[in-house]
Design a protein around this ligand. Structure first.
Ligand code: URA
Ligand code: SF4
Length: 204
């Protein structure tokens, strides 16, 4: 795979990057997706949240975390006392990867090759957004940010030094949605809120 580097502008801000990403051909995922979904938030955001890839709703709307996972994320941010305006929200991979089953589009996890191909866009966001804390939502984000395999259960909720920034990893909000029984789901939500609180307290 060629990777995204040749499509990433060297100059300009998040707005320029968001325009340029629509032309990216750094891997094959652009072919079936509706559009690329770039990160959202101010360049002065103190916290950057990194998800996996856009879902079905995000692919259609062009905005990150507006579907069911986004609803959980919003609730958890509020419970953790984090204002959505303080955060920059993005994904490790900018195009939706899916499988068609009848009329439904079923999410497929990106491969390491997709994460690596799309890495230059995340690097460019890290370059433009001045956040002091990065929060990886799930293993794909952990892999993308830290550049190594990450086991969420072993590393969640602690602050790791990462250059001049801090990194924390936690679960992906979709993992909470997949829990069928109410009590375990609520417990998982509370743990997620606690991890976001760790990130909030690490902001400089
Ligand atoms: N899941 C993600 O990881 N990102 C989104 O934007 C939506 C769902
Ligand atoms: Fe480019 Fe990333 Fe989309 Fe692949 S997923 S085409 S690297 S923006």
């Amino acid at each position: 795979r060629p990777g995204a580097q040749e499509w990433v502008p060297d100059t300009g801000g998040i707005g320029e990057l968001r325009e340029a990403v629509q032309g990216c051909r750094g891997c094959e995922l652009w072919r079936d997706a509706t559009q690329a979904v770039f990160g959202e938030g101010g360049e002065g955001a103190r916290i950057m949240l990194v998800g996996e890839q856009p879902g079905d709703k995000e692919d259609r709307a062009g905005e990150p975390f507006i579907g069911p996972a986004g609803r959980i994320l919003d609730q958890a941010l509020e419970a953790a006392g984090i204002d959505r305006s303080e955060v920059y929200v993005t994904n490790a991979v900018k195009h939706f990867r899916f499988e068609e089953r009848g009329k439904r589009r079923i999410h497929r996890r990106p491969d390491v090759g997709h994460i690596e191909a799309c890495g230059p866009w995340l690097d460019a966001e890290l370059d433009r957004v001045d956040a002091s804390v990065l929060v990886c939502l799930g293993a794909t984000a952990g892999r993308a940010v830290l550049g190594r395999p990450v086991k969420i259960s072993a590393e969640r909720g602690v602050v790791q030094a990462f250059g001049r920034r801090s990194v924390t990893v936690t679960v992906h909000p979709s993992a909470i949605l997949r829990i069928r029984e109410r009590d375990p789901r609520e417990f998982a939500f509370e743990e997620f809120v606690r991890d976001l609180g760790v990130a909030r307290d690490a902001v400089r």
